[in-house]
Design a protein around this ligand. Structure first.
Ligand code: COA
Length: 386
């Protein structure tokens, strides 16, 4: 297997993009990434595009071909593949690109993610997202993602010492980071009271415990490490790429407050990279709801079960803390265009490792990305090094 490096990244602003089409969002992110990498379309061997549900959000399928066409690569007959794993589609597209380059099959590969969710109303959006849970056993019984994560939060708070205020602090911290991120959907600072006084969505989760509905796209370019310096002086190495599955329905889990697929993917990633939690300088985790960030920090082994709330309250996960978590603002404040999120996490880590994160900059040489599909039926973990 060859070592792999990221040589360029690009991302659109995340938010509500009434004036930009699904395909143009992708083209914008792709052009930014190619420009950053110093490669042109003719150099590209393959595209992997993370997308969860364009068929339902914008009534468009055959996304691999569409993207290749509108990126101007169809007449080069570039190999273009759509990758789908619900909210982990982006992370998995990145993993497919890494595998393609590591195997020696492809040299210059674009991994991208795109989703346009706001063209439909919230009800339709929530129902489409719910199709990533178990439709027969969860969806038909009325469960939505806010509902399923509310069950996780209820169980967690019953068993571990997590206060409502500590949970709110996850959102406060992520909005603080989002306020420093020019691509973030929400750049407003909030307080614990903002979260506690916001409308109830699914008890105990309130509006500000939830990631929003978002349009956006992100892209990165990967090449074999041995060729990276042809393009850039600051390649970022892929030190590990791991993936794990679990039961699709929450009620089939051994323990609903621990995402066993996060535990498994995290262990595999650490083992591949021969690193431990102490070596990681920053984390981008899948905070689709505030409780999900608490679980992720623990399931990836950064502290014991039941401790992440206290660490968050003490500031350990803030920008200046011991282990900064979601410097981008996370899904909560940066936004969550589901197919693009996993690639945006790589975009953020690459910016941090290159020292190009502006007001969000932390001191980091190694970063970890954690991207979850559903309530943890797919988890993808990557470790990147400067
Ligand atoms: N956090 C903070 N503010 C939010 C928000 C969020 N998650 N979602 C919407 N808002 C704001 C909007 O900007 C808007 O503000 P404004 O009135 O000042 O313009 C206001 O709240 C109402 O927005 P609206 O779009 O009407 O919200 P909604 O009630 O239709 O949707 C949720 C809110 C929480 C139901 C929706 O965002 C949601 O379902 N989120 C979860 C998405 C999800 O499950 N993703 C997959 C995870 S696995």
């Amino acid at each position: 297997m060859r070592d792999v490096a990221v040589i360029g990244v690009g991302c659109t602003e995340f938010g509500e993009h009434w004036g930009i089409s699904f395909r143009d969002l992708f083209v914008k992110a792709g052009a930014l990434a190619l420009d950053d990498a110093g490669v042109t379309g003719e150099n590209i061997d393959a595209l992997y595009v993370g997308n969860m549900s364009a068929g339902r959000f914008v009534e468009q399928e055959h996304i691999g071909a569409l993207i290749a066409d509108y990126a101007g690569l169809a007449t080069n007959h570039v190999a273009s593949t759509r990758v789908e794993a619900a909210c982990a589609s982006g992370g998995l597209a990145f993993r497919q690109a890494v595998i393609a380059v590591a195997s020696g099959m492809e040299d210059i590969v674009v991994a991208a993610g795109v989703e346009k969710m706001t063209d439909v109303g919230t009800g339709a959006s929530v129902d489409m997202l719910a199709s990533a849970a178990d439709r027969e056993w969860e969806g038909f019984a009325g469960a939505t993602f806010p509902g399923l994560y509310a069950m996780i939060a209820t169980d967690y708070m019953h068993r571990y010492p997590l206060t409502r205020e500590q949970l709110a602090q996850v959102a406060v911290k992520n909005h603080e980071n989002g306020a420093k991120n020019p691509i973030a959907q929400f750049r407003n600072r909030i307080t614990i009271d903002t979260v506690l006084n916001s409308s109830l969505v699914a008890d105990p989760l309130r509006l500000f415990d939830c990631s929003p509905i978002t349009d956006g796209a992100a892209a990165v370019v990967v090449v074999p490490l041995e060729r990276a310096r042809e393009f850039t002086d600051s390649p970022v190495r892929v030190l590990a790429s791991a993936q794990a599955s679990d039961t699709i329905a929450l009620h089939d889990r051994r323990d609903i407050s621990t995402l066993d697929a996060s535990v498994a993917a995290g262990k595999r990633a650490f083992s591949q990279a021969s690193l431990t939690q102490k070596d990681i300088d920053m984390l981008e985790v899948h905070d689709c709801f505030t409780i999900a960030e608490i679980c992720a920090i623990e399931d990836l082994g950064f502290c014991k079960k039941g401790e992440a709330g206290r660490l968050t309250e003490e500031g350990a996960t803030a920008l200046g803390g011991e282990i900064p978590v979601n410097t981008s603002g996370g899904l909560k404040a940066c936004g969550h265009p589901v197919g693009a999120t996993g690639i945006k996490q790589i975009y953020e880590i690459v910016n941090q490792l290159r020292g190009e994160a502006g007001a969000r900059q932390v001191d980091a040489e190694i970063g970890m990305a954690h991207n979850v599909g559903g309530t943890g039926a797919t988890v993808v973990v990557h470790i990147l090094g400067a």
